[in-house]
Write a protein that binds this ligand. Structure first.
Ligand code: TTP
Ligand code: MG
Length: 383
């Protein structure tokens, strides 16, 4: 048994809880700058079509009476920790997926908490009583189905899919419900008449491979209700990134590189904080007309200092059309490994890597003591 718990309208619900005058009112949390996007909206605001990732300007048009809030990340992280602590009481194996959702391995919980539906109720009640927040819970025999189930009766619903009911539950749902099928993949499937999960489940593997490439066989499996992935409390992070939506569009290598420099510092600090090194770097830009372009490179040697990340970034930049106006620039560190893992000695590695890492560690100590921004790079004039 696997449970998937997902908080309702998380950031907005925290704001409503902390400021009771907002209860029952449309609340939109997001970037308040000119180019900000919606992080989330309370269910009162969703009725007007406001939702995550929508530009704030459009949200204001759709629902001018909403209360718009800049958001308090540090606070949401703190509340997230409290949520995860509660979940940990119900299972020894909790796998957080993001700040507001987690899988719980439900194996053996029956003895302590009763049948699955009771476990789900107890979790909901604990979160409501102790944190005054609401969540939805899905219970099923695997992760994919539990995650789909928790989303089905949001906000607040509990959906239990009993053993043997998997196919009947999944079958009639639209393909985009499948975890891993985004809008584009769903379009490709619908283009050949595959509208429901059942339509997909009936196909031979070649058909899915032809439509979705390497992802095809995986999607076919989960459509058939097969998902053997265990709940993993120690699942390793696969990537760590930082991005910036710019107040005004920028273009040209120099301007983009200045932003990337600041982001590389941020990502490198995040890696060091978590004891990780990156084996690769991905640059991501979004053009003014919302086209996303990504380019990825491998580092000579895994590293967690900004200089090494930038070296890889510089190798990528010529492959991005920087003459187009950009609204967003980002870096993602990929292929993460543990700092403890031995590094493959690399004949072609930049000889400065160890030195650069020591510099990074020194920067962290200063930032810890004196706050972020106490030391800045000489070139860091526009971050
Ligand atoms: P979600 O669980 O996707 O959304 P939600 O909790 O706000 O609403 P619900 O689950 O009831 O549908 O994401 C959790 C939080 O993550 C959300 O409160 C804000 C943040 N978030 C973003 O900042 N940007 C996004 O695009 C999304 C989807 C979420
Ligand atoms: Mg949520």
């Amino acid at each position: 048994m696997v449970l998937h718990v997902d908080m309702d309208a998380f950031y907005a619900a925290v704001e409503q809880r902390d400021r009771p005058e907002l209860l029952g009112r449309p609340v939109v949390v997001g970037g308040t700058g000119r180019r900000g996007v919606v992080s989330t909206a309370s269910y009162e605001a969703r009725r007007f079509g406001v939702k995550s990732a929508l530009p704030m300007a459009i949200a204001r048009r759709l629902c001018p009476q909403a209360v718009f809030i800049a958001g308090r990340m540090a606070h949401y992280k703190q509340v997230s920790r409290q949520v995860m602590e509660i979940l940990a009481r119900f299972s020894p194996t909790v796998e957080p997926l993001s700040l507001d959702e987690a899988f719980l391995d439900g194996t053996g919980t029956e003895e302590l908490f009763g049948p699955p539906i009771d476990v789900a109720w107890k979790i909901k009640k604990a979160i409501r009583d102790e944190l005054q927040l609401s969540c939805a819970v899905g219970v099923a025999t695997n992760k994919t189905i539990a995650k789909i189930a928790s989303d089905l009766k949001k906000p607040g619903g509990i959906v239990v899919v009993s053993p043997g009911e998997e196919q009947g539950f999944l079958g009639p749902l639209p393909v985009e419900r499948l975890w891993g099928v985004g809008e584009k993949a769903a379009e490709k499937l619908r283009a050949v008449g595959l509208n429901t999960i059942d339509d997909v489940a009936r196909q031979p593997e070649e058909v899915l491979r032809a439509r979705l490439g390497a992802l095809g066989p995986h999607i076919l499996q989960i459509a058939r209700g097969e998902d053997a992935r265990p709940v993993d409390a120690h699942r390793e992070r696969k990537s760590l990134g930082a991005e910036r939506t710019l107040e005004t569009d920028i273009r040209g290598t120099d301007a983009v590189r200045r932003v990337l420099l600041a982001l590389a510092d941020e990502v490198a600090a995040g890696l060091r904080q978590r004891g990780l090194r990156a084996g690769g770097v991905r640059v991501k830009v979004k053009t003014a007309d919302f086209h996303q372009i990504t380019r990825e490179a491998t580092l000579a040697t895994p590293a967690n200092d900004a200089a090494s990340l930038l070296l890889a970034v510089d190798a990528l930049l010529p492959r991005v059309d920087l003459d187009r106006p950009l609204r967003l620039v980002g870096i993602v560190a990929t292929h993460l490994t543990d700092e403890e893992a031995p590094r493959q000695p690399d004949l072609f590695a930049a000889p400065t890597t160890d030195k650069a890492e020591r510099l990074g560690a020194a920067l962290d100590r200063i930032a810890d003591k004196h706050g972020q921004g106490a030391v800045r790079r000489g070139t860091d004039d526009v971050s």
